[in-house]
Ligand binder design. Structure first.
Ligand code: NAD
Length: 246
């Protein structure tokens, strides 16, 4: 296993244009449930129902019932060792960007500058009527909460099932996937499209794919680091630093 980390570190250092594509698994060690975690939020509430735009339009209180606590306690959630390692890789000049499906804002909080949030951010909450923006955790009370300026319904700036992805973020994510020559695919089950297709796009353009996950989600990767992201990514950073010292 240690030789595998050395090998991946060497590839990343030599190839230099590395992009990370992350999913809910990278935030699991920050205490945020993935879709698949046992006993987690999404075992109780089917996300395809509770996080769908049709349901939100019919009855926004359903969404706020399951996400309101998270939004109002937003400051409690902090980046873990995996997020910190990615921020370090960016400051070392090896990681060019992070494409994330996550809406938790933890990559930015960890210090990454080039973050592409393809599903938006739950930290930003917009009034659907006057477009006033609130920043979590400072959101009015209520199920659903209403705008203090105009009384419109508030909706977090996240892509719900049935909504289009933000065009800018999607375009940037596709560009970065095509341009990178190493892609780290971290903590995603590869079930949600189009994000699940970014590694294929990278591979078609010649990139080496490195998967970091506790269980394998992509059959065709060049390297599989089968450990928790909070263990694997700091190890990679250490190996890259050792190479720089030589
Ligand atoms: P998913 O829930 O479908 O799968 C999580 C993946 O992470 C699994 O493959 C699992 O094996 C892996 N994993 C779990 N713990 C890990 C760890 N410590 N280290 C490494 N890997 C670990 O997640 P997804 O593929 O990202 O799809 C879920 C969708 O739901 C996304 O589109 C995302 O927008 C949304 N979501 C986001 C959050 C968040 O923002 N933190 C949380 C839940 C869901």
């Amino acid at each position: 296993m240690e030789d595998l980390y050395k090998e991946v570190a060497r590839v990343m250092k030599e190839r230099k244009y590395c992009v990370a594509s992350t999913g809910a698994g990278i935030s699991a060690e920050s205490g945020i449930s993935t879709f698949r975690s046992k006993g987690g939020l999404w075992e109780k509430y089917d996300p395809a129902v509770y996080a769908s735009i049709d349901v939100f339009r019919q009855d926004p209180s359903k969404y706020w019932t399951i996400r309101g606590d998270f939004i109002r306690n937003y400051d409690q959630y902090n980046p873990n060792n995996a997020h910190v390692a990615l921020a370090e890789l960016e400051s070392l000049g090896i990681l060019r960007s992070v494409i994330t499906q996550n809406i938790d804002g933890l990559h930015k909080k960890a210090g990454n500058k080039q973050v592409i949030e393809v599903h938006g951010s739950i930290r930003e909450i917009n009034c659907l009527q006057c477009h006033r923006q609130y920043i979590a955790p400072d959101v009015p009370e209520g199920l659903p909460p209403y705008c203090e300026s105009c009384g419109g319904v508030l909706k977090p700036n996240t892509v719900l099932f049935g909504e289009q992805l933000p065009w800018d973020a999607l375009t940037r994510a596709q560009e970065e996937s095509s341009m990178c020559n190493v892609m780290l695919v971290i903590g995603t089950s590869a079930n949600v499209y189009p994000a699940a297709a970014f590694p294929d796009l990278a591979r078609q353009n010649g990139a080496i794919i490195v998967e970091v996950n506790v269980e394998r989600a992509f059959p065709k990767v060049d390297y599989f680091l089968g450990e928790k992201a909070g263990t694997a990514l700091p190890k990679l950073v250490e190996e890259i630093k050792k190479l720089s010292e030589k």
